[in-house]
Ligand binder design. Structure first.
Ligand code: AMP
Length: 208
């Protein structure tokens, strides 16, 4: 199955996509993770995109479309994948339509007021990529990754100032995709559950 997980920053797209990857073996493709890896490696792409990301802006479409196209050409994506963080605007959605046929779009529907709090309380493991949240999913030992014991850190773009910009970017550029996919009869709206598992159960019900 070829899936998109849509939703505002902080809605838990990455967390739910990873749970789906574990349960169904679908490869999870996060454009944000691919870009952060490029930055960590110091590649030309990484150098170009860092400023956009640190400033809460979308990376230019030509770069991101080339990146996703290359990733989707790999053999593990032939029949199944979950896209997390792509597409982010209508032009990207149209480009994707020309690359691949999507089966279903899951929209994570979360109260906008909750998002700011969630994003600011997010912590990530720079070593294994695990994601924690001081409110919803705190690590067992403060500041330490449960999986690998590395020191957790905050993403550069999870600061108060950048979070506000990202939410505005979402409303202006990404939210119209809900209607775009609804018109194509591909959209399933998932109201955020009480917790991560509650939301995951709802997604699994839709996929059954
Ligand atoms: P994420 O990890 O999905 O929250 O993405 C973090 C940042 O990476 C975003 O704020 C953008 O700067 C950039 N980014 C990720 N995916 C895309 C995309 N599809 N189009 C443009 N920029 C993106």
């Amino acid at each position: 199955m070829k899936l998109i997980i849509l939703g505002p920053p902080g809605s838990g797209k990455g967390t739910q996509a990873r749970l789906l990857e574990n349960k169904f073996g679908l490869p999870q493709i996060s454009t944000g993770d691919l870009l952060r890896k490029a930055i960590a490696k110091g590649t030309d792409l990484g150098k170009t995109v860092k400023e956009y990301m640190d400033d809460g802006k979308l990376v230019p479409d030509d770069l991101i479309i080339a990146l996703i196209k290359k990733r989707l050409e790999k053999p593990d994506c032939e029949n199944d994948f979950i896209l997390d963080g792509f597409p982010r605007n209508l032009d990207q959605a149209r480009a994707l339509r020309d690359i691949n046929k999507i089966d279903l779009v899951i929209n994570l529907d979360v109260d906008m007021q909750d998002l700011r709090k969630r994003l600011i309380s997010r912590r990530i493991c720079p070593n294994c990529g695990a994601v924690f949240n001081l409110i919803r999913k705190p690590p067992k030992a403060e500041g330490i990754c449960d999986n690998c014991g590395s020191k957790l850190r905050q993403r550069n773009d999870d600061t108060r100032e950048v979070v506000s910009k990202r939410l505005i970017t979402y409303m202006n550029e990404t939210e119209p995709l809900i209607q775009y996919y609804r018109n194509k009869h591909k959209l399933k709206n998932i109201r955020d559950g009480k917790d991560i598992k509650g939301t995951f159960d709802k997604i699994c019900n839709v996929l059954d």
